[in-house]
Design a protein around this ligand. Structure first.
Ligand code: ADP
Ligand code: MG
Length: 746
């Protein structure tokens, strides 16, 4: 452990003014130092080349060979001056992880000299190498669609995402080139291509709506994303002793200790020293990479934390979320810590999510989800709000599919996270605004008070302490239970899993919203008739009609309650409890139509292949968990229980031989025996389950159902026995670190 940590000592940059403690004097100056930004491009490229590049990124022109060669040359010089030896195409296959293959800048060429042919080394990086590379696609998930998806795959530079340098151990530095990953026929094999397409769909639909209401200056729109990332940090040595954490990311056994999170003393508590050191260093690394991390704090469960960035254009934000997770993992090793991104690493305590804060912005810099001070007369806002509600209402099922995985199943609906029912929370004021417009009555006075307008009704908080400033009340109170909540000027999609690439759920959200916005545009067109633009009346007519149709998706109460499940059923909202059911939504005709033809985000083949990849991944995840559980029970739990039983039996005999009363020891012996008797047939069943799941010839859908409805409950049952034994067996025999050791280590 420590040897590895030694090797991985950071190499501190000396390029920037530092404080005596080695921290940057100015974060702004330090930020993005390892990114080949537009500014750096402008400084290093000849003007016409830079102009050509800009045209390309605006979709007006292509990068020709001389341009690509010039950019490649400039970026290589920049990278090598900073110690880079290699470059890599960096892409996002459908594994929730990123992929990379490193190539050095070392090249050879033969020259003919007076002495004959000679091979000379040189440093090189061509435009061709920058633009495209060809990894073997058959080694990445493709949903078993080898017949249509050729093994050949290409990674292609996404010039909208800047290149950057990663500094590894010993100062090894690599130039990263963010890429899309597509098949020979241009089909998306990755998470980035679909997100870029979905952003274009949102852009087209948004511009259509805006032009219809007279905002013709807007030429483009994009979605913005801010990902609040929850994670656990635990001692790496203890982690290393838990096969389940290492192989599956979560504890498959382990009883909940008497103290866990019930005192509510961890959330926003003081960040433990070692954790703070680790997170600060990860932040420094992230800032160098241009990842705008902003917030850090303790989360609800012991050893659980969160980091959040400042939001960005969504494909940038996704790249940056993945970099954040990678960096946290890497830096944690330096502190002998392990970062856990699993949605539910520990039973009985809070799970981890990735809240995806999402909005739509225009190329003029406007956030279309900003209600401004008077939402009731902000017609543009109202149109987009009801448009989003329409998308979410009509396609709640497929949005649920976007967050479905074996690991998120442990969290969703587990009474501490958003349930399997997708609904939207708007807050008291917006709900009132929409309801009043619909009912054609006056709106209860609500406009957000400014600080000056102290004492306007109850909208300014009266703190009853004269020395504190008066603060205006937020537009919405918080609702922590809603899976999709409006929080001031953005929606917060909270049900997203902590470990997943956020691209897939955001892509689905974009696709369904773009389709709904196109419907909004159609309705506006019809209303306005021959007028140049839609009038206020036209807009309100559309808002009313859409509110009427979709108000069933709005829910302001406690999403964790049983009453809500009953109410949601009455409203016809799908309650999808398990991932295996959610995946079936990808076969629903109306969802398929929106994700393919209407939004142009997927081809039918791409969507089918995703369905297969998700199913396959689910089955494999459960298979690996079952195998790991088997290993831990047979190699750890049972032997420990046998040893303790032997000790008890020996004691019973010895006490009896000595003329004492061994009834206490005998009772303990019997209880252990009962649990072991219960466990034995379950382990046998687990063997059968493993054989069944491992059968390559079985039907995928049957397998996934078998995994969900037979294997998962079986594992739960086994866990019950194992956890009971953990509580009975003397500590010195127990082979695995316990929850109290892992969770209260800092
Ligand atoms: P809250 O505390 O309500 O969750 P924060 O201000 O802490 O709100 O923001 C949480 C996340 O939402 C941050 O990552 C922030 O950058 C992001 N965010 C704020 N505004 C937007 C927006 N317009 N679009 C996308 N994300 C946003
Ligand atoms: Mg939040």
């Amino acid at each position: 452990e420590s040897a590895v940590a030694q090797l991985d000592k950071p190499v501190r940059s000396t390029e920037f003014p530092q404080t005596s403690k080695g921290l940057p004097e100015s974060l702004a100056a330090f930020y993005g130092q390892n990114v080949f930004t537009l500014k750096k491009m402008q400084e290093t490229l000849p003007k016409p080349i830079y102009q050509r590049f800009l045209q390309q990124t605006k979709g007006r022109g292509t990068i020709d060979k001389p341009t690509a060669d010039a950019i490649a040359h400039a970026v290589r010089i920049w990278a090598q001056e900073r110690g880079a030896t290699h470059f890599t195409h960096w892409f996002q296959p459908q594994t929730d992880l990123t992929a990379e293959k490193h190539d050095s800048f070392l090249s050879l060429k033969s020259v003919v000299t007076a002495n004959g042919e000679e091979v000379l080394p040189f440093d090189g990086f061509s435009g061709g190498q920058l633009l495209q590379s060809e990894p073997d696609a058959s080694s990445f998930p493709s949903g078993g669609r080898r017949t249509t998806f050729e093994a050949r795959g290409y990674t292609i530079w996404d010039p909208m995402s800047p290149m950057f340098l990663e500094e590894g151990p010993h100062g090894t530095t690599v130039l990263y080139i963010p890429c899309v990953f597509i098949s020979y026929y241009g089909e998306a094999l990755d998470e980035k291509t679909i997100l870029l397409r979905s952003n274009e769909a949102v852009s087209r639909a948004t511009v259509r709506v805006l032009h219809l209401i007279g905002e013709t200056d807007v030429k483009k729109a994009y979605t913005t994303l801010g990902t609040e990332q929850e994670y656990f940090l635990v001692d790496r040595a203890l982690y290393a002793l838990r096969p389940d954490l290492k192989l599956t990311g979560r504890t498959l056994i382990g009883s909940v200790p008497p103290k866990h999170q019930q005192l509510e003393d961890h959330y926003f508590g003081r960040i433990p020293g070692k954790v703070l050191a680790c997170v600060s260093e990860a932040e420094l690394e992230c800032w160098k990479l241009g990842v705008p991390l902003k917030t850090r704090h303790n989360e609800v469960a012991p050893s659980q934390f969160e980091v959040a960035p400042i939001f960005e254009e969504s494909s940038q934000a996704v790249d940056h979320n993945l970099l954040t997770m990678m960096t946290l993992s890497r830096i944690a090793h330096r502190y002998s810590l392990q970062a856990l991104f699993h949605e539910k690493p520990f039973k009985g305590v809070n799970g981890s999510g990735k809240h995806c804060n999402w909005a739509i912005a225009t190329d003029l810099g406007d956030n279309l989800l900003d209600p401004t001070v008077r939402p009731e007369t902000n017609y543009r806002f109202l149109l987009f709000l009801v448009g989003i509600l329409r998308g979410v209402h009509l396609h709640a099922g497929v949005l649920r599919a976007g967050i479905a995985s074996a690991s998120n199943d442990m969290r969703l609906g587990a009474n501490e996270a958003p349930p399997g029912i997708i609904s939207a929370f708007l807050g008291e004021q917006l709900s009132e605004v929409l309801a009043a417009i619909y009912e054609g009555r006056d709106i209860k006075s609500f406009s957000v008070p400014s600080v000056q307008s102290v004492k306007v009704g109850g909208t300014v908080l009266d703190l009853k302490i004269s020395t504190l400033p008066t603060v205006p009340r937020d537009l919405t109170d918080r609702n922590r239970t809603s899976p999709f909540a409006f929080t001031g000027n953005k929606f917060e999609f909270r049900a997203v899993g902590s470990h997943q690439n956020p691209s897939w759920p955001v892509t689905i959200l974009n696709a369904i919203v773009s389709s709904a916005l196109n419907d909004v545009a159609d309705m506006l067109e019809k209303q306005k008739g021959s007028k140049a633009t839609a009038s206020v009346e036209d807009i309100l007519t559309v808002v009313k009609a859409l509110y009427k149709e979709h108000k069933a998706i709005i829910f302001e109460g406690d999403n964790y309650s049983a009453e809500w499940a009953a109410e949601a059923e009455k409203r016809g909202l799908p309650n999808i409890k398990k991932a295996v059911e959610a995946f079936q939504q990808l076969k629903d005709e109306s969802h398929i139509k929106v994700l393919t033809k209407e939004s142009g985000v997927f081809t039918a083949d791409e969507l089918t292949s995703r369905y297969h990849i998700l199913l396959e991944k689910y089955i494999k995840d459960i298979h690996i968990e079952a195998g790991t559980l088997k290993l831990m029970i047979t190699q750890g739990v049972l032997p420990a229980s046998y040893e303790y039983r032997l000790a008890l039996a020996t004691t019973v005999k010895a006490v009896k031989d000595a003329g004492g009363d061994p009834s206490v020891e005998k009772a303990a012996l019997d209880t252990i025996g009962e649990h072991l008797t219960k466990l034995q047939p379950l382990v046998k069943k687990l063997d059968e389950a493993l054989a069944h799941l491992g059968d390559k010839h079985g039907d995928e859908e049957d397998h996934s159902k078998y995994a969900a409805y037979t294997v998962v409950p079986l594992m739960d049952e086994i866990r019950e026995s194992a956890d009971a034994l953990e509580e009975l067996v003397a500590d010195k025999y127990w082979p695995y670190p316990k929850y109290h050791e892992i969770l209260f280590g800092h």
